[in-house]
Design a binder for this molecule. Structure first.
Ligand code: ATP
Ligand code: MG
Ligand code: MG
Ligand code: MG
Length: 570
């Protein structure tokens, strides 16, 4: 590819709304263009990257025996009513009505559609197991789209669904998918970790997530160096056994205000051994339906309220750093209900029961503040509902398998596999006839990869002051030729075109910068867009039969004989 015939649209500055380095770099490199909130166009350069990721995913799915199909993005309401998810999926689902007043959604996921196919097409145990997959556009109306393509509303997912006659068969395919995912992320050159995971709105039993490791990741992961234990911190399993709920909550209500509560008192009241140190901050804000909700945040360590490490913002599936102002903006607190409404003293206990008790307490104790403000609960506003589902794991805790201590890191969820068992098949009556002619319900698994999110996650992991450092497997071009004086030197033009053609013949994706720009401009662009290898061709080097070669991660260039360069790059 010649740069003069391609579309490079790099920018010096990133728009200010981009928070993460990957988002900034994707915009600056011209990989994507924003159309609206959570909506991005993949420009020719970015699409090359996306397609490379897609190709690796497709190859590994095919190798693992999955069969590609393509389902409609728009799905009828009736299917979702069969599983009850039309009502429970919530505001993330984009609902659409057609000209005949019929309801549809733009698919956030495809369990219903594939189960409908399975129940119509699969008759006999002889046809099973089967694993279908697609690579397709999903839409989820995320409460806060951000980080560019990493939390977009419209995004590209690979979703696979497997059908089985037995749990053993499901476990086998689940394992094959687990291995295939490991291969995908290894081939893509990513540092990743597989962890046990919660099953969320998809449901089912066993589940693992695959995370690209990055400090900016939204998920906190706990893992044990001494064993293979690894789990998303959201998982309750990582916690010590919980104490009974009701009694401690009652006891806490008797304490006057949170500020006066010493951690030892709370621990004593709860009768739970002191294990951890947290602070709680309660905020009040309406949810999407307008119901007033209390949100409880647990803060860890000595963070000031302006630089809070948020263990979890309850009600929002989110782990991240945030300032108090940002949290307020995030929760869209109306002026009358300025958060935080209460901050507790440090409490050195934490377990499910404690969290519930603390939230009851912190919020309950502050209800009178709203009566001051002239609010009559039940008349002006609904009774506050507590939203608290907070888990907390601390570095150095004993691992739940007892084999060592836990370490923490952060990750970007790029893949998620589930053992759905019979949840969907039962609800939708997806059955087959077994060896004895008996009707049986199918076992199911499902397996997602965030194809477009991977591009952002990879850049989050691979970048430096000069721009993107793409792993070779997903770089838009593998080699760049910077031809100095292409427009005025015959020997440069000749050598550059010849090298370009030779590399192309050797099956290498090459971009020849033939724009006749100054070297500084060319180098800045080629580095920003993250091409792994660069060859500089200029008059001076050619006189000695040499070109300059530099890998994107090298500190300096080296002279290489023109005759050796193709061999070196192969
Ligand atoms: P998250 O926890 O990040 O919201 P999820 O658990 O809701 O993700 P799944 O239902 O497990 O997502 O979907 C499978 C994969 O799709 C995820 O592992 C992720 O890589 C990708 N994905 C989910 N939501 C988005 C999004 N809004 N933008 C880009 N990719 C996404
Ligand atoms: Mg989600
Ligand atoms: Mg998740
Ligand atoms: Mg998930």
């Amino acid at each position: 590819m010649r740069a003069s015939q391609f579309f490079l649209a790099t920018q010096k500055e990133a728009p200010t709304e981009a928070e993460l380095i990957s988002h900034k770099l994707m915009l600056r490199a011209g990989l994507i263009k924003r159309l609206g909130s959570g909506l991005y166009s993949w420009m020719p350069l970015g699409l090359r990257v996306l397609r490379k990721v897609e190709a690796v995913v497709r190859e590994e799915m095919n190798k693992a025996g999955a069969l590609e199909l393509l389902m409609p993005a728009v799905q009828p309401k009736e299917l979702w009513e069969e599983t009850g998810r039309w009502a429970v999926f919530g505001p993330q689902m984009l609902k659409i009505r057609d000209r005949h007043e019929r309801d549809f959604c733009f698919g956030p996921t495809h369990e219903e559609v594939i189960t409908d196919i399975a129940r119509r097409e699969i008759r006999s145990y002889k046809q099973l197991p089967l694993n279908f997959y697609q690579i397709q556009t999903k839409f989820r109306d995320e409460i806060r789209p951000r980080f560019g393509v990493m939390r977009a509303r419209e995004f590209m997912m690979k979703d696979a669904y497997s059908f089985h006659t037995s749990f053993e068969s499901l476990e086998q395919t689940y394992d094959v998918m687990y291995q295939a995912y490991s291969k995908v992320f290894t081939r893509l050159g990513l540092k990743f970790r597989a962890v046990k995971a919660d099953t969320g709105a998809i449901g089912g039993d066993g589940s693992h997530e695959f995370h690209v490791l990055a400090d900016s990741g939204e998920d906190a992961l706990a893992y044990c160096e001494q064993s293979d234990y690894a789990a998303n911190v959201e998982l309750a399993e990582a916690l010590p056994p919980t104490a009974p709920r009701a009694a401690p909550a009652e006891a806490l209500r008797e304490v006057e205000t949170p500020r006066q509560t010493a951690c030892e008192d709370v621990a004593a009241l709860l009768g739970i051994p002191v294990q951890r140190t947290v602070k709680a901050i309660a905020l009040m804000a309406p949810d999407q339906a307008g119901t007033l909700q209390f949100h409880l945040l647990l803060l860890r360590g000595d963070h000031s309220l302006n630089e809070i490490k948020v263990a979890k913002l309850a009600g929002l599936a989110d782990f991240r750093f945030a300032s108090e102002d940002e949290i307020r903006a995030h929760l869209n607190c109306p002026p009358g209900f300025i958060g935080p409404v209460a901050v507790s003293e440090e409490v050195k206990v934490i377990a499910d029961a404690t969290v519930a008790a603390m939230s009851d307490f912190v919020c309950g104790a502050n209800k009178p503040k709203f009566h001051l403000a002239g609010v009559n609960f039940g008349r002006d506003l609904p009774e506050p509902v507590m939203v608290a589902d907070i888990r907390n794991v601390i570095e150095g805790d004993t691992s739940p398998d007892g084999k060592g201590t836990l370490s923490l890191c952060r990750g970007v969820e790029v893949g998620h596999i589930f053992q759905l068992r019979t949840k969907y098949a039962k609800a939708m009556n997806a059955t087959y006839l077994d060896e004895n002619g008996q009707t049986q319900v199918m076992e199911m698994g499902c397996y997602g990869i965030g194809v477009s999110r991977i591009v952002g996650a990879a850049i989050e992991q691979g970048n430096d002051a000069r721009g993107i450092v793409f792993p070779a497997a997903m770089a838009p071009f593998e080699v760049a030729i910077a031809a100095i004086g292409f427009d005025r030197s015959d020997i440069v033009r000749e050598a550059a075109l010849k090298l370009h053609d030779e590399l192309q013949t050797a099956g290498i994706d090459v971009l020849l910068d033939d724009r006749g720009e100054r070297p500084g401009v060319m180098f800045a662009d080629l580095e920003l867009i993250g091409i792994p290898h660069r060859v500089v061709i200029g008059d001076r080097g050619l006189q000695n039969g040499e070109v300059e070669y530099q890998a994107r991660t090298d500190a300096a260039a080296q002279a290489v004989a023109l005759t050796d360069i193709v061999g070196l790059l192969q």
